[in-house]
Ligand binder design. Sequence first.
Ligand code: HEM
Length: 187
Amino acid sequence: MNTTTPTPTTAGARSHHSRSHLRPPLRKAVLVAHLLSAGAWVGIDVIVAVLVLVGWFGQGSTAGLAYRALGTFAVVPMLVVALVCLATGLLLGLATRWGLVRYWWVLVKLVLTVVLCVLIVVALQPRMPEVVAHGEAVSRSTGTGSTGSRAEVIWLFFPPAVSLTVLGLATGLAVYKPWGRLPRRNR
Ligand code: HEM
C-alpha cells in the first residue's frame, strides 16, 4: 500500500487549511464580532417587538411614545448590526475553509442576510415617518377617546416576526451546518 498518497480526507483537510487566509486569533476576533452583531440584531428585533406590542396594547401617551421611539430609533441601529453581521460573515466565508458558495448552509445564510438587509432599507426605513406620525396622533388623542387608526400600523407586527424567524433559522444553519457541499460546478 502506498502510504505517501494522501487520503481524500487529509488532502481535503490540507486544501481547506490552505484556503484559510485569517490567522486563528484574527479569525476568532472576526467570529466574536459576527456573533455579537448577530446577537445584537436579535436583541434589537426583540425591542422592536416589545415596542410594537406596547403601541398596540398600551394606552394613550404610552402607546404614542412606543410608536415614536420605534419610528425614530429602531432602524439605524438595526441596519448597522445587520451590515456588521453581513460583513463579518462575508469575511469568515471568504477567508476560511467554508467559502461563500462552497457549503449550502453558508450560501443560504448569505442569501437570507442580504434579503433582510434589503428589506430593512426598502420596506422598513421609508415607512418610519408614518410610524412617528401615528405615534404623535395617538399621543395627541390622549383624553379624547380616539386612538387613531390602528389598521394603519398592523403591518408593524410582521417585521420583527419575520426577522426573528429568519435570524433563528440562520443561527440553526450556523450550528447544525446541514446539507453538505454544493456541487463542484457551482463553486
Ligand atoms: C442572519 C445572520 C447570521 C447569523 C444569525 C449567524 C450566526 C452564526 C453563528 C451562531 C455562528 C457560529 C457557528 C459556530 O461557530 O459553530 C456563525 C458562524 C459563521 N457564519 Fe454566520 N450568521 C449570520 C450571517 C452570516 C453570513 C451572511 C455569512 C456569510 C456570508 C456567515 C458566515 C459564517 C461562517 C463562514 C461561519 C463559520 C465561522 C468559523 O467557524 O470559522 N454568517 N454564524
